[in-house]
Design a protein around this ligand. Sequence first.
Ligand SMILES: Cc1cc2nc3c(=O)[nH]c(=O)nc-3n(C[C@H](O)[C@H](O)[C@H](O)COP(=O)(O)O)c2cc1C
Length: 238
Amino acid sequence: MSDNDTLSRKPSVLLVYYTYTQQALKVAEAMAEQFRKQDCSVTLAKIEFTDKRWLERFSRFPLKHPWSEVLGMFIPQMRGATGEIVIPEEAKRDDYDLVCIGSPTWFFRPSIPMRSYLVSQEAGPVLDGKPFAIYVVARRYWSINMKGVRKLAKKRGGEYVDNIHFVYAGRQIRSFLALIGYFTHGENREKYAGIKIPPTNLQPGYEEQARAFASKLADGLQVLAAPAGDPPVPAAKV
Ligand SMILES: Cc1cc2nc3c(=O)[nH]c(=O)nc-3n(C[C@H](O)[C@H](O)[C@H](O)COP(=O)(O)O)c2cc1C
């Protein structure tokens, strides 16, 4: 079955996300697998970040100048900047039964590309009157990001259902050095500047958590697949 299988009466789920290091994609894939198991049709849609101010740094991995390229996002993030993005057709449709928003944290908040999507004209019909759930991927700080996404999606008429977050191993300093090390080398290493560091990125067990989250959301959607004639039941609260 294709990734973007949007047949018939099955409840349909959109997983829309931005990703730079593919962690939000990995969560989307685990969730998609579970939604399909529970007979939902699933569409994955990645927001492309094409703004020329930041295109160069985020179009390659690892980063060329990790410290300045990451820290350089601080001011735009703090002022809630938006920028140029490409929205795939799948993330413009208004016929999903559930929208799941995958949001990496950038300086505590939703990343510029995800914020840009949520305020875009195209996101309006996708979210208006629709249940939505949020998953946040972060080194450590997830809640301001989650609340930011929730606020923006509600503003577009979405009905908030639930959220989950995935954070990386290690405490403040070491997890930060591990992430900078990953941005520098493109792989996990044991040390950064002689300091022992934990592995960065999603921790073991994330797939089970993502599947359990999707399963709970799918349970709330199954009523939509009930035989014709059954009374409609709102799917918003699961
Ligand atoms: C510019 C930038 C700023 C970041 N700021 C934070 C932050 O403030 N707090 C945090 O926990 N993680 C922060 N991170 C780490 C990201 O949250 C993490 O790398 C991201 O969620 C991975 O998702 P992705 O692979 O889908 O891009 C930042 C990453 C980048 C690139």
